[in-house]
Design a protein around this ligand. Structure first.
Ligand SMILES: [Zn+2]
Length: 680
């Protein structure tokens, strides 16, 4: 949550964005990922939209991605050179397509192209001869880099016809060429895009000539033509431009696709429903391409519809960039360490030569399990690509170059590296089954005190590990009973830190029951599952314990969102004597063992102790889950099927077998009208 006054935040964002714009566009040395940049940019745009009085004339949003460099001559563009709006999810993309189809009000087709990760360029031809090559700049003014661009072999200096034309494209360096060039230069360049962007700005064109630059042209402006976009691409190809052939064409009418097929048999043709699978396929091909792409571009094919849709202040409405997740980096695999989770699962972790990825230094990445290592044929010493999936956990993606040290595919040892217990394979993963394996105990303790647990100040993983290794802490209750004064002589434990820990422990006694339940870290008992349990009547520890003691698997299994497997685990975990001992000691220490609802919610708890089933369809609850939410809000448990445990059935239209089963079992049946009355 942003607690800063808006004005202060706007100024702060402007300062940060201007710095990163300079680093990205002028220095070609970005420090943060595109996605992080976009998030900051979007936040500022939103503030400026919501509070127009905070729009300053020098705001970074006013000069969208300017790459102007004052050491190079400036030239005015004769066409608007706008950047594209971006989206990151297929949901957003579907929405965009639906909007385009709706606004077009006539048949429309969409062209999907690869988004090349390079440097944007505008080429001006006069009478068939390359006159000027200009960077995008701020969209209306760019830098003249004609002499450098002329050194690129795939940029035609003369066209096949003596025409006047303006084209847009992307200058890039192929992955293999980059590796070779970078190796020869002592490995000083972080990625192909930065090298391409930097070299295009060099003052001496001989420098540019030494770098294997390439170009793809993706847009052409031909005065007076009535071509559609695909026809323009076809035309540009015939004029001698290098066009990327990885193109998809999707029409709302099949016969259109047939006609376009005659144009370019190598392109992909389909209808609107095929777009999603095309995108999926293209995303998979990404790593096998010899050039970097960071997404796909979707454009309206019909030029009159483009004109109709028009532009926002920054972007055309007729095109959108779908940006792929996960920026990647290349590094060397130095070793593999099996990491033991608190539930015994072994995750092989790659130890890497430190490398910069999306703004942070990475030296470790996950390898998931042995199957994954086998799939990659991964050996120590290999050169690998790593990515940040969902921008959080780095993972090894593929082997780029095999090792020359004679190493073979890495294999997980048969025994736990910490306690020597033989590992047990279950599905894709291997497990250390020793409940008291030191790594598992530390994992449980760190989870209890950590962010996912009770989030106790001063008890981070490092401290917990230290306390465990010294033999001071063995179970969560020990945290509360230990005399921390004994640590005053230890390095890193001053009075201040000890007070911090004490304060944190005291605060943890006020954390609500669901947080305590999650902190226990029992198998299957994640934050979401705890919510489901508590929402469905299990809001007291003693109720959970008594169900487990009676081996009442059904009591858990019938809850919507739990199921048999988890239910069996709960019975096991909550009847295990070691766990019961932990729960008893924590209860004695005063941690919350039942969920106290806020006072104002109390009078609404009309369904407490009742176990409901919901079936059929409803007029006022679409989808049906809305009725379930109303039930849970009022204290009911919602079960997935009818049994002797069910007290009520909420039956809508078309209630089938559940209704007759409920009648047979004498379950109270409630229809929609009655239900509405009950919850009013
Ligand atoms: Zn072990």
């Amino acid at each position: 949550m942003n607690i800063k006054p808006n004005d202060e935040r706007v100024k702060e964002l402007s300062k940060i964005l201007l710095k990163h714009q300079y680093l990205y566009y002028v220095k070609a040395e970005p420090e943060i990922s595109d996605r992080e940049y976009d998030a900051l940019f979007d936040e500022l745009t939103k503030l400026e939209t919501d509070y127009p009085e905070l729009q300053y004339p020098d705001s970074p949003t006013k000069r969208v991605g300017s790459d102007l460099d004052n050491t190079l001559p400036e030239v005015e563009h004769t066409i608007p050179v706008l950047s594209l709006d971006k989206c990151y999810s297929t949901e957003d993309l579907t929405q965009w397509i639906e909007k385009v189809v709706r606004l077009a009000e006539e048949k429309v087709s969409i062209v999907v192209e690869q988004k090349i990760d390079g440097a944007s360029i505008v080429l001006y031809y006069s009478n068939g001869i390359l006159e000027r090559a200009v960077t995008r700049g701020n969209g209306s003014v760019g830098n003249d880099i004609t002499e450098n661009v002329k050194t690129i072999p795939s940029v035609p200096l003369h066209l096949n016809q003596n025409i006047d034309i303006v084209v847009r494209g992307e200058i890039f360096i192929g992955k293999k060429s980059f590796q070779k060039y970078n190796a020869e230069s002592g490995g000083i360049y972080s990625n192909p895009r930065n090298l391409a962007a930097g070299i295009l700005r060099s003052v001496k064109s001989s420098k540019a000539a030494a770098v294997p630059l390439d170009v793809f042209i993706y847009e052409g402006y031909i005065e007076g033509s009535d071509f559609s976009h695909v026809e323009i691409l076809d035309y540009l190809d015939k004029m001698g431009f290098r066009i990327n052939q990885q193109i998809g064409y999707f029409s709302s009418e099949n016969k259109d696709a047939e006609a376009a097929k005659n144009l370019r048999p190598s392109w992909f043709f389909g209808n609107m429903n095929d777009i999603e699978s095309f995108i999926e396929q293209k995303q998979k091909q990404r790593s096998s391409l010899d050039y970097e792409i960071d997404g796909l571009v979707l454009k309206v094919n019909e030029i009159p519809i483009r004109e109709k849709l028009g532009y926002t202040a920054h972007h055309p409405r007729w095109a959108v960039a779908y940006k792929f997740e996960a920026p990647q980096a290349v590094t060397k695999l130095l070793g593999i360490t099996p990491q033991i989770g608190r539930n015994g699962r072994i995750t092989p972790v790659a130890e890497l030569e430190p490398v910069e990825l999306a703004g942070s230094k990475i030296s470790r990445a996950t390898l998931h399990n042995q199957d994954y290592i086998n799939m990659l044929n991964l050996c120590i010493g290999d050169t690998v690509t790593i990515s940040k999936r969902g921008d959080v956990i780095p993972a090894v993606e593929e082997v780029l170059e095999e090792n020359h040290d004679g190493n073979k595919v890495w294999v997980l040892p048969d025994e736990c590296s910490e306690c020597g217990t033989p590992l047990k394979r279950d599905g894709a993963h291997s497990f250390c089954t020793n409940f008291f394996c030191p790594e598992r105990v530390v994992g449980r303790l760190a989870h209890f005190a950590g962010k996912a647990g009770l989030d106790i100040n001063g008890l981070g993983e490092k401290t917990v590990r230290f306390l465990f290794n010294k033999g001071f802490i063995k179970t969560p209750a020990d945290f509360y009973n230990f005399n921390y004064e004994l640590l005053l002589d230890e390095e890193g434990f001053g009075e201040k830190k000890i007070n911090l820990i004490r304060e944190g422990l005291n605060k943890s006694k006020n954390k609500p029951f669901p947080a305590v339940l999650t902190a226990l870290g029992f198998e299957g008992l994640g934050k979401r599952t705890v919510e489901v349990l508590v929402e469905n009547g299990f809001n007291k520890m003693r109720d959970i314990l008594s169900a487990a003691k009676n081996k009442d698997i059904e009591a858990f299994a019938l809850i919507d969102g739990i199921g048999d497997v988890l239910a069996e685990l709960f019975v096991k975990e909550f009847s295990n004597s070691h766990n019961l001992d932990i729960i008893n000691r924590l209860t004695d220490l005063g941690l919350k063992m039942e969920y106290e609802k806020k006072d104002n919610a109390k009078d609404k708890q009309i369904f407490v102790g009742q176990r409901w089933c919901v079936t059929g369809s409803f007029e006022n609850f679409k989808p049906r889950d809305k009725a379930k939410i109303e039930l849970k809000k009022r204290g009911a448990a919602v079960l997935i099927s009818i049994s002797s445990k069910t007290t009520h059935l909420l039956a809508g239209d078309g209630a089938g077998s559940k209704l007759s089963k409920a009648e047979n079992l004498g379950v109270t049946i409630v229809d929609e009208k009655e239900f509405l009355k009950m919850i009013k």
